[in-house]
Design a protein around this ligand. Sequence first.
Ligand SMILES: NC(=O)c1ccc[n+]([C@@H]2O[C@H](COP(=O)([O-])OP(=O)(O)OC[C@H]3O[C@@H](n4cnc5c(N)ncnc54)[C@H](O)[C@@H]3O)[C@@H](O)[C@H]2O)c1
Length: 287
Amino acid sequence: MNEAEEARLGVLGAGVMGTGIAVVAIGHGVPVVLVDVSEDKLAEARHRVEQQLRHARLMGAVPAKGPVAGLTTTVELADAGDATAVVEAVVEDTEIKAKVLGEVSRLVRPGTPLVTNTSGIPIGELGRFVARPHELVGVHFMNPAYLITMVEVIRGDLTGDGTMTAVTGLLARMGRRGIVVRDAPGFVTSRLLHPMINEAARIVAAGVSTADSVDELMSGCLGHPTGPLRTADLIGLDNLVDALRALWERTGDANFRPCELLLEKVAMGHLGRKSGKGFYDYEKVLS
Ligand SMILES: NC(=O)c1ccc[n+]([C@@H]2O[C@H](COP(=O)([O-])OP(=O)(O)OC[C@H]3O[C@@H](n4cnc5c(N)ncnc54)[C@H](O)[C@@H]3O)[C@@H](O)[C@H]2O)c1
């Protein structure tokens, strides 16, 4: 993207993270093409974007008065072909990410930064599937993406200087501050957070404590903002299990092996906030 060109962001995956990232972008005046696999998902996503944008503006998380850029939703990946940057936020599955990133890398113009929001799959590994590996970089937006302004930026071994410069500019434009780390399974944040959540679930399964008491202790004694199990419900227990598996497979470390309680909850469809039930009960956001 040249300096004078208007930014246009392609966001792939309209789930928990894709919608939050879209809110940040349009709220800062960057138009978004949001891609998912079905019109139903996109209809839900448009509704969530609207709600979150209102919330973000009220909270001052995006400019309260500036113009909101346009949001286009589509099931056609090709519609993201003229984006000046792409953020991939599809499910935490290496094969699916490889396919989507590979395809989009062949659609966009050379020089277009490709950002993956993976929770922990190494950037170097995903780089094998894209047309120009130097254009791939990791940006781990946190959840809720529209409220948390710091992001973890992961520079893969092949990520180019031009890509780092472009993504730094894009993040600044979106009011985000990145901390750059090197590539490794789980990077910094997931490597620390995910096993803690897994252990918290094991504690509940063993009957040592209720979920509520785990969270109360971790926030009251240790200053964790919500506690690990409320965080798990916010993340989505399906995504958590996928991310833990990705870490376990790559490190062999049993601390990352998703515990039975998490697997049971996912099998029952108790995925956390997004399904209305996880470790806690919620009013389902969308009917
Ligand atoms: N949930 C979190 O707290 C969190 C935080 C940071 C990073 N992440 C990462 O962000 C990514 C997305 O996570 P999420 O929680 O938003 O998941 P999600 O399950 O809420 O959403 C994923 C979306 O991807 C869509 N999708 C699947 N295949 C697709 C394809 N081929 N093309 C377009 N869309 C496709 C799904 O339909 C779904 O809507 C994952 O890599 C996850 O690990 C999640």
